[in-house]
Design a protein around this ligand. Structure first.
Ligand code: BTN
Length: 267
């Protein structure tokens, strides 16, 4: 991957971004969180070919082997309250679906809240880590990290991801130019929404790409798991669900697992 090519693909958006590319890092998110704490301005992007300690949501790791994926993070300094931070993740999910389609023609969908699926398997995860300014309660920084599984790693996926994780291109080779374009198109689509994030204009697309609306899902929180039907997703990105006893409630955190119907099995 070449930085100059990504900058060229970014067109007018390149002025807002400062990109660094590495062969291997611990985690692109962790590096940027450290930089954020040291005052690095908005727009820094770290891209890596591999991560040794890639991070996922809820304290999990994100499998980031060499040569088969794309791992990158963007440092933001949004002027918003921490309660609105979920909008960054939801806007990024929309941008990722659009970017992947524009560059590859491959259709993907969003499993609430931030997993991108292709043909029933997770091909991309998004993790936003933020810091709060204690004086104001507003966000000091947010680090948006996106990890995409492009091709099958030589070693395959670890046992616990088998049948759950997938790749965009399978056994095909992914050209470096495709990787450069993917980064540029996803960043462009995200920055477009980021300009007016609080308007929530992207929520229309988020709902259109959603794989869970109208489906029965198993909803997990730290302590509970419930079978519910997803009625809708509200403008803050919360899931509106109906429990088996008819109760309607709003889920703002946690995770869902889609109940298989026919031959489609999502995890
Ligand atoms: C998840 O699926 O739970 C979120 C995964 C997020 C992975 C990306 S890869 C780039 C960035 N750096 C990290 O350590 N994590 C994110």
């Amino acid at each position: 991957m070449k930085k100059e090519q990504i900058l060229q693909d970014l067109e007018n958006w390149k002025e807002q971004l400062d990109i660094e590319i590495y062969e291997k890092v611990s985690s692109t998110n962790s590096l940027l969180v450290e930089m954020a704490k040291q005052g690095t301005p908005e727009g820094k992007v770290i891209v890596a070919h591999a991560q040794t300690s890639g991070k996922g949501r809820r304290g999990r790791s994100f499998y980031s082997p060499e040569g088969s994926g794309l791992y990158f993070s963007l440092l933001l300094r949004p002027k918003m309250q921490w309660k609105d931070a979920l909008l960054i993740t939801t806007a990024a999910a929309v941008a990722t679906v659009k970017g992947i389609y524009k560059v590859t023609g491959i259709s993907t969908g969003i499993k609430w809240v931030n997993d991108i699926f292709c043909q029933g398997k997770k091909v991309c995860g998004i993790l936003t880590e933020s810091g709060i300014d204690p004086a104001t309660g507003a966000l000091d920084y947010a680090v948006l990290g996106i990890g995409i599984n492009l091709t099958e790693a030589q070693t395959g996926f670890p046992k616990e991801l088998e049948g759950v994780a997938g790749t965009l291109f399978g056994a095909k080779i992914c050209q470096e130019s495709t990787k450069e374009k993917l980064i540029a198109e996803i960043l462009k689509a995200f920055l477009m929404e980021y300009k007016c994030l609080l308007n929530r204009a992207f929520m229309k697309d988020y709902k259109a790409y959603s794989l869970v609306i109208g489906r029965q899902v198993e909803a997990y929180t730290e302590t509970t798991s419930d079978l519910v039907t997803v009625l809708d997703i509200d403008d803050d990105g919360a899931l509106i669900v109906q429990a088996m006893d008819g109760r309607v409630q709003k889920l703002t955190t946690g995770e869902v697992r889609i109940r298989p119907t026919g031959d489609q099995a999502f995890k």
